[in-house]
Structures are given as structure tokens and as C-alpha cells.
Ligand binder design. Structure first.
Ligand code: PEP
Ligand code: MN
Length: 343
């Protein structure tokens, strides 16, 4: 349930009003915009009488929110959420996702060697990427495939971060890996873990932003409910990521659901980014999908780039070469400018 307060409501009366709900056992989500203050009530509101609440002198309007997600809903939080990544560290050039600024994340699917990740980091930075990606813990379909370098891979990523100043983005598969993530700027929860609810609750306790990828057969509602798990556990810095879903057709690796961008912009305040690499699985298609995503309003992109894709240990066939990434970065600002944004 959301309660919109009167513009001229007295501060002290508002405090009393909120305290009263807390005493009654409800969680409170407060959103103070330029013109309105919205009190989101969390908990079982089914037996509350909206008319009785309206009778309070500080209340303007009461609305029931039928969607099962509350904190992720735009009704609870009308303004766009802007998520900052790596902005609080000396020597790191952090940046934001949301509103006017399109965040471009690029790097290899997997960290393979220190030289590989440092070389790619330098190349993507030169081309204009703002964040470096690279998997150290890899979720692979086959237990016999390369599983990532683990902690050593994270060390190499940190070296690349030191050399370039790019904040780093990498996947956490299991809460036992968190102890190695001190220098990671954005924690990725991959498609396969989107509904690992215990892991999501743990991500709610972490003081770092979370990149939550859509499960390959997850509905948009399920994606938002997973974001809700993280937010309800205490972490509101969530970035959503569409990485393609499974359909009946398999001419691409997955199917990029572009409609999710306008839908989520309407339904949620959280930034939404697109992963055209996993969505298509095809290098030649990645630039087209990236441009389409930016034109449709995506808040960012996560793109796989490899300096030797033929020899890549994972996802080489969908990785851009550094020069192809640089060519894409030259044209992306044109698409961003369609609605007055920059990247
Ligand atoms: C990845 O980003 O390399 C990855 C494994 O992504 P997803 O979880 O979307 O498959
Ligand atoms: Mn990959």
C-alpha cells in the first residue's frame, strides 16, 4: 500500500504518523521526491481500511499496490534510481547507471591470464567503456568445461583495475566466495542464480551494488521479485539485466527481449541494462542489438570482448574483438542522443 502525503504536511505530524506504522509492525519505505513524499507500507496490508488512513490530516491519497513487488515498483519510488559503481574510491573512475548516463561494461567472458585481462581492459577503456567485466567463477553447463580461475582470476581483475582505473564487475556464484570480493565494485548474480533466494537475501546484506541477470526462462515478474528479495533484505542498489531468454526458436543462442526495456521503465525505477552477447551468441549480431538496446532506452550494456576470440576458453564466438568494440563505441552516442543521453 502506498500513502501519498500532503505537500504542506507538518514534519512532526509526519514523523508521528510513520512511527505509528512501525509500532504496528509494518515496514516503511520512504520516498521523498521534489513535490511529493510517498510512504510505502510493507507487510500484510490486506485488512487496512484505506478510507480510515485517508482521514489522517497528513494524508493526501492512499493506493493499494496490487503487484507483489513493492520496493522494486515505480509506484513506491516514482523517481529513477541511479546506481553508482566505484565512485567512492581514489584512483578508480567510477560512474553511474540510470537517467542520462548509459553505463558500458566490457571485457572477456572469463579471466584467463593476467596479460589477457590487462590488455583487454586497456583496449576497452581506450574505446570508452566505463567498467571492466570478467568472470573468475564461471557457471558452466558441463562440469568438464573451464570453471574459471577462481580467486586467482579476481587478483588478475584487480590488477587490471589498478592499471586502468576501471571499476570491476564479476559474478558471484556462492556466498562462500564473498570473502574474495572486497575489491569488486559490482557483483553479478548470473541467470542461473536469479532464483537462488538464499543467495539473494545475502546480497541484501552486502554494501555493494548488485547486477541481477534475468534467468533464461524467468518472467519479468519473477525478475522483479528476485530484485525485491535483495531490496527487502537491505540493499536497494540493484541493476537489472536482460541477457536473452529461451524460446522455441534457436537461430540465436537466446532471444533478446527488447520489450522488457519500456516495460521495466514503466513498472520499476531500477536501471535496466542489456547483454547482447549472451542474448545472441553471435559476434556479428552484437553491434546491431547493442544499438537497438540503447535506442530503446537501456541504461547500459554489458558486452563480451576478447583479444583472441578463436582461442577464448569461454564464449569466444560471441565476443567482439577490441577493434570491433571500438567501432561500436564510436556510433553508440548517436543512438544515446535520440533521447538526450550520453554514453
Ligand atoms: C556471463 O556473464 O558470462 C554469464 C555467464 O552470464 P549469464 O548468467 O547471463 O549466462
Ligand atoms: Mn559469457
Amino acid at each position: 500500500m502506498i500513502i501519498i502525503l500532503k505537500k504542506n504536511a507538518e514534519e512532526k505530524k509526519v514523523e508521528e504518523f510513520i512511527e505509528n506504522w512501525k509500532k504496528r509492525g509494518f515496514g516503511i519505505h520512504l520516498s521523498k521526491g521534489e513535490n511529493t513524499t510517498i510512504v510505502g507500507l510493507l507487510g500484510d496490508t490486506s485488512s487496512l481500511d484505506a478510507n480510515a488512513i485517508c482521514a489522517n490530516e497528513v494524508v493526501d491519497v492512499v493506493q493499494r499496490v496490487s503487484a507483489p513487488y513493492k520496493m522494486a515498483s515505480r509506484k513506491f519510488h516514482p523517481e529513477d534510481t541511479i546506481v553508482s559503481v566505484g565512485t567512492d574510491q581514489p584512483g578508480v573512475k567510477g560512474s553511474t547507471f540510470g537517467k542520462k548516463s548509459i553505463g558500458i561494461i566490457a571485457g572477456p567472458c572469463s579471466v584467463e591470464t593476467e596479460e589477457q585481462v590487462v590488455e583487454i581492459a586497456k583496449a576497452v577503456k581506450k574505446a570508452g567503456a566505463r567498467f571492466l567485466r570478467g568472470g573468475a567463477f564461471k557457471p558452466r553447463t558441463s562440469p568438464y568445461s573451464f570453471q574459471g580461475l577462481g580467486k586467482k582470476g579476481l587478483d588478475f581483475l584487480v590488477t587490471a583495475k589498478k592499471e586502468t582505473g576501471l571499476p570491476i564487475v564479476t559474478e558471484l556464484m556462492d556466498i562462500r566466495q564473498l570473502k574474495y570480493f572486497d575489491d569488486v565494485d559490482l557483483i553479478q548474480i548470473g541467470a542461473r542464480n536469479m532464483q537462488n533466494f538464499d543467495l539473494l537475501k545475502e546480497m541484501g546484506k552486502v554494501k555493494k551494488p548488485i547486477l541481477l541477470k534475468r534467468g533464461m526462462s524467468a518472467t519479468v515478474k519473477e525478475l522483479l521479485m528476485s530484485a525485491e528479495y535483495i531490496m527487502a533484505s537491505g540493499n536497494e542498489n540493484v541493476i537489472l539485466c536482460e541477457r536473452g531468454i529461451r524460446t522455441f526458436d534457436n537461430y540465436t543462442r537466446n532471444c533478446m527481449d527488447i520489450s522488457i526495456i519500456p516495460y521495466l521503465k514503466k513498472e520499476s525505477h531500477l536501471p535496466i541494462i542489456i547483454d547482447p552477447s549472451h542474448a545472441s551468441g553471435l559476434r556479428w549480431m552484437v553491434p546491431t542489438l547493442a544499438k537497438a538496446a540503447v535506442a530503446a532506452g537501456a541504461d547500459g550494456l554489458i558486452i563480451e570482448v576478447h583479444n583472441n576470440p578463436e582461442k577464448a576458453l569461454c564464449d569466444g564466438e560471441q565476443s567482439l574483438r577490441p577493434e570491433e568494440f571500438a567501432d561500436l563505441m564510436k556510433v553508440l552516442p548517436k543512438y544515446a542522443a535520440l533521447d538526450g543521453r550520453t554514453c
